[in-house]
Design a protein around this ligand. Sequence first.
Ligand code: PGA
Length: 251
Amino acid sequence: MVVGNLKMYWNTAEEAETYANDWQSLWSGSEGSDDSCRLVLCPPAVFTDRLRLRLPEGIALGAQDVSWEPAGAYTGEVSSALLAAVGAEYVIVGHSERRRLHGETDETVGRKTSAAVRDGLRAIVCIGETEEERRAGKAVTRVREQLSGILPGIPRDMAERIIIAYEPLWAIGTDTTPTAGDVHEMEQAIRTLLEESFGLAAESVPVLYGGSVDADNARELCIGSGMDGALVGRQSLAPRELLAIYRACRP
Ligand code: PGA
């Protein structure tokens, strides 16, 4: 599975439309029919509907954030139902930019995750340690702490709606990456925690790597490390680059 996080990079509807048109010319139908590796694009929420109408079949859509409330007087918030209404099947929750710049905590990320899966979306839950935590040998401890604030709120029969994205904060937007060995260590720790929470259902939870993924490092970091794919930031802005990453991650 490969997820493109388009963040707030576009300013105009034309940019969104050109992006969708580029996918129309690059994406062949056979690619989309490969169920073992989904491609999910998470555009700015206001362009979801526009992309839904223009993207080729077989590419799924997601959002970058969601409210934990189902409806009501919550100015500026967007609920899971509203996201689904414009074509989103997935939503990223707890991205480090939201944690760092918008005050999200393990607790609010847990609430958003529960709300999203309860309302039928698939939640791409972001976790990861800071550079200081890694240097202090506390990377696995931090990730465990993050997950233990989130997983207990998810009923076992909804485990299949969870996707975990491990993104070390120091690798996001920096062109610095961990080694495949470091990613593998984290993958093992994450899968152990998933198993403790969900039992056998943990097998249906994809675990992704994110942070400076490109076409050259994708196969080693996102598949060779034992992970199930990638969460991609900057490189997702260029369909040709994202397609190369997608092809590198396909079984
Ligand atoms: P990057 O971003 O690929 O640009 O490092 C990753 C992310 O923010 O999810």
